[in-house]
Ligand binder design. Structure first.
Ligand code: ADP
Length: 899
């Protein structure tokens, strides 16, 4: 049986009814399908059969078979009908509606032409197309699923995008996008590489929520979707697991209507691996995070199926503890520190029995016995029932916390101990509605104020405040609340009624919002310090009065001589008020030399030798020279640097003046003693002059006057006048008052001055002067006239001794030797005579005032005493000794170094 006949048989059955109902004229062949009689030129002669009505009927009699078929069927109908014999002819006829009728048939020769017997094969074709499409669909889905399943998780995003692109291409659409359900709603996972203006996830998301979860939705049916999506012909395909949509695949710009089942199928093939892989990846990451968390926390789970003998430990935790992951309960308990074992046993039993939650802190022993046991927090609860009943929980390493707890409680204990033993009282006041309520006092309150147990009275410290200090207490609270901290000092009553001065340092603590919470403060008992300060103040007051009322000048000044403070007597001397004293420089009243000496003396002050006294000379405003006896005491810092000087001064001007007067009168006395010598000194030139005048007059009377002779006499007279006037001049200089301040001079000048007054007189008395003029001219500091006076005293004394001796010893050749010996630092002037010296017993008394061996009215006994004072004031020394033939007086003076 040929294929055509098989078909015929099948189609015959199908159209049998149609054939019987069709009112067709009887024909030689069964009336099924379509029969077309044509002639040799393929002109259609007649049509028959039920399909005839489905055809576009020929409009004129000469219609050819070719005119009735679709153009592509013309290929089958090439040539003459005779050529088409003995082969299956697949012809697609045009239908009046513009459609196509698919037929297959055979050409049979007929006596008067040809009969074309055709059957409708539309169903057959459709069936084949469906199976082809199903095959393609299967291929598509397996391809998609394989691609998304097989790629690595890192490439999943890229592969998803490529596959989406491929799917969109397959659907002949212009773009596609996949959105997945995320924690934050719908999120685009991949988009085909299209440049379309896709709406954002935030806009799309809510819309997706409204769509039917199990159906494909077309934009053609939904105005909002049309608006929103970038192109027409859009489809939204859900992928659901259970009732929950996990993904939406959106395809836009589809050229032809999509078959919902196929599209949903492809969507599922695409989304399912994607969703499940991402979920698996999420899960994996979550578990990794959990593991890492457990590891870092030193935590892990444990489980004990009550039907089993051993319990199970988290492998990580087991490794940390150094135990197998599966171990029996007794093994487990053996790792618990003996101190905690019983508690652990009881807690486990309770958990097992009553099923109440387990919370226990235990120490677990390490494999290393030496190591300290680690603390673990053990939590657990009962899960399941029957055979499935199990204890489940976790363990957490809390050693760090425990260690910190131990440290914190030790620190707290120390702190509490410190607070309790502190000499200060630490208190806390709670803030409530603008008021402060005492809440806590440290134990030191008892020893300080005697208030013991916290009672009603103790909680109201305001009641202890001294009545006079209550305004201070109220101001303290106000300042504290306003500024957050305060420092005040007031008196508190103790339990015996006595008062204590306390220093209160308080601080207000605030919460996160800046609202006051409590006040923390301390009370320091400063009674002793306050009373000591008061005593000091009183004593200072007394000293101040003492200083202010003292007749002595009292002051403080800096090493630069600037006054810091001075009392009234000092201000009176300086002719200003005490307030004006600070800042005044003391040096301004001193001469340059005085100032230099003063500063030098201060430089000599040290911690070991802080006191120095000197007599200073000042030139005060509108006054003569003032002499002050000045005592300085240096104040030093820790490094021994001079900070300030305290000084007490006494005006010594009067004493000085008296001394000067004494000197003067001594000088005058010397002059008096020298009177005979001086008379001789002046007489001598007068005698010479008188002789010259007498001789000149005689010559004039005799008329024997020559000019040369007169000139000679007058020159002699002139020389004698000069000599006499030199003596008188020097006497005048000598008789003058000494300069106020010491001067620099060469000591030999004084020797020469003394000799100018005495030499002639001595020679006149037959005393030989042995003077050795020195080579060097060294300088000493002092008053030249005073040294001259000393030398005169010595020479006059020598003269007296010599003259006295000569009276007994006529043959004596009296002499006085004056010479100078000098070293680098000292000058010695020696006055020696051959007057027999001083009796050794008297040697130490001769410098006493009023000691004299001379008869009354001759000696004053002051000469040597005054001389000693003068040399001493010059920083030198006057001494006497007996030499070979007489006395030898030695004046030692310090050489003034010019450097
Ligand atoms: P005055 O000359 O008025 O007695 P002085 O003080 O000068 O007072 O001398 C005191 C005494 O020292 C003298 O009286 C004398 O005895 C003794 N004296 C002083 N110089 C000499 C001397 N060169 N030789 C011996 N005795 C002397």
């Amino acid at each position: 049986m040929s294929g055509g006949q098989r078909l015929f048989g099948r189609w015959r059955g199908r159209f049998a009814q149609a054939a019987t109902t069709a009112a067709e004229p009887a024909a030689s062949v069964s009336v099924v399908g379509l029969q077309v009689w044509i002639d040799d030129q393929a002109i259609v002669q007649r049509l028959a059969g039920p399909l005839r009505s489905a055809l576009a009927l020929p409009t004129h009699s000469s219609t050819r078979l070719q005119d009735c078929v679709q153009p592509y069927s013309l290929l089958v109908l090439e040539g003459e009908p005779a050529d088409w014999q003995a082969q299956a002819l697949d012809l697609d006829f045009k239908t009046p509606s513009g459609g196509t009728l698919h037929t297959r048939g055979w050409l049979q020769a007929q006596p008067d032409g040809w009969l074309l017997q055709l059957f409708d094969i539309g169903d057959l074709l459709q069936h084949r197309q469906q199976s082809v499409r199903a095959e393609r669909q299967r291929h598509l889905t397996s391809h998609l699923a394989a691609a998304l399943r097989d790629c690595s998780i890192e490439c999943l995003g890229r592969v998803a995008q490529e596959q989406l692109q491929w799917l969109v291409h397959h659907w002949r659409a212009s773009g596609g996008r996949i959105l997945l359900r995320g924690e934050a709603g719908w999120q685009t996972y991949a988009t085909s590489s299209d440049p379309l203006p896709w709406p954002s996830d935030e806009v799309l998301g809510p819309l997706l929520g409204r769509l039917a979860p199990g159906q494909m939705t077309s934009s053609a049916d939904d105005a909002e979707l049309r608006e929103l999506l970038p192109q027409a012909g859009a489809y939204l395909l859900p992928y659901a697991q259970g009732h929950c949509v996990q993904a939406w695949l959106i395809c836009v710009g589809a050229h032809e209507a999509m078959v919902a089942a196929d599209a949903l199928n492809a969507c599922a093939a695409y989304a399912e691996p994607l969703v499940s892989r991402l979920a698996a990846f999420d899960l994996q990451q979550q578990s990794e995070r959990l593991d890492s968390l457990q590891l870092q926390l030193g935590a892990g789970w444990w489980q004990w199926r009550l039907s089993e003998a051993s319990l199970q430990l988290d492998p990580g935790l087991a490794a940390t503890l150094g135990v197998p992951a599966r171990l029996t309960v007794s093994q487990c308990l053996s790792r618990v520190h003996p101190a905690d074992r019983e508690a652990a046993q009881l807690a486990l039993a309770e958990l097992q029995r009553d099923g109440c939650a387990l919370h226990l802190n235990v120490r677990l022993l390490d494999n290393n016995v030496q190591a300290n046991p680690r603390w673990y927090r053990l939590c657990g609860q009962v899960r399941g029932s029957g055979q499935q009943r199990r204890l489940q929980g976790f363990m957490l390493d809390i050693s760090d916390i425990k260690f910190q707890q131990v440290q914190a409680s030790a620190a707290q204990a120390r702190l509490e101990n410190l607070i309790a033993s502190s000499p200060a009282v630490i208190y806390i006041q709670r803030y409530a509605e603008g008021a402060l309520q005492a809440e806590f006092f440290s134990a030191s309150l008892q020893p300080m104020l005697g208030w013991g147990a916290v009672g009603e009275e103790v909680l109201q410290p305001a009641q202890w405040v001294h009545p006079e200090d209550q305004p201070i207490w109220l101001a303290r609270t106000r300042t504290l609340l306003r500024e957050g901290q305060v420092r005040s000092r007031y008196r508190l009553r103790d339990h015996l009624g006595g008062y204590h001065w306390v220093l209160d340092e308080a601080r207000l603590l605030r919460d996160d919002l800046g609202l006051p919470v409590e006040v923390v403060g301390i009370w320091l008992d400063v009674t002793e310090a306050t009373e000591a300060a008061e005593r000091t103040r009183l004593s200072e007051e007394r000293y101040r009065v003492l200083v202010e009322d003292s007749p002595a000048m009292i002051c403080r000044y800096t090493p630069e001589l600037n006054l810091v403070f001075g009392n009234q007597p000092l201000a009176d001397y300086l002719e200003c008020s005490t307030a004006q004293l600070p800042g005044i420089n003391l040096g301004q009243w001193m001469s340059a030399a005085q100032r230099e000496a003063f500063v030098e003396r201060l430089a000599g002050l040290s911690v070991e030798q802080p006191v120095s006294t000197a007599e200073i000379c000042l030139t005060l405003p509108g006054r003569e020279h003032a002499w002050w006896v000045w005592a300085d005491r240096g104040l030093f810092d820790e490094q021994g640097r001079l900070l300030e000087i305290q000084a007490v001064g006494r005006d010594n001007t009067q004493v000085r003046r008296t001394q000067q007067q004494l000197l003067q009168s001594a000088k005058m006395a010397t002059l008096g003693e020298m009177a005979t010598g001086l008379a001789h000194e002046i007489n001598q030139p007068l005698n010479v002059m008188r002789m010259a005048v007498v001789n000149a007059l005689k010559r004039l009377e005799n008329g024997d006057v020559q000019a040369d002779y007169l000139q000679d006499k007058l020159k002699r007279i002139d020389a004698q006048v000069q000599r006499a006037s030199r003596v008188v001049d020097h006497m005048r200089v000598f008789g003058r008052r000494s300069e106020v301040e010491q001067q620099l001079f060469a000591p030999w000048q004084a020797v020469e001055g003394a000799l100018s007054l005495l030499a002639e007189g001595l020679r006149g008395k037959g005393v030989e002067l042995r003077v050795e003029t020195p080579a060097q001219a060294l300088m000493v500091s002092g008053h030249q006239d005073q040294l001259e006076q000393v030398l005169i005293n010595l020479m006059v004394n020598a003269r007296d001794a010599l003259l006295a001796r000569r009276e007994q010893q006529r043959e004596l050749n009296p002499w006085i030797a004056v010479r100078m010996q000098a070293s680098e630092r000292q000058v010695q002037l020696l006055v020696e005579d051959n007057g027999g010296g001083i009796e050794p017993r008297l040697l130490e008394r001769i410098f006493e005032p009023f000691f004299t061996t001379k008869p009354v009215g001759v000696g004053t006994g002051l000469g040597l005493s005054v001389s000693y004072g003068i040399i001493d004031a010059m920083g030198g020394c006057l001494s006497a000794e007996n030499a070979a033939e007489g006395a030898c007086f030695r004046i030692e003076l310090p050489v003034h170094s010019t450097s």
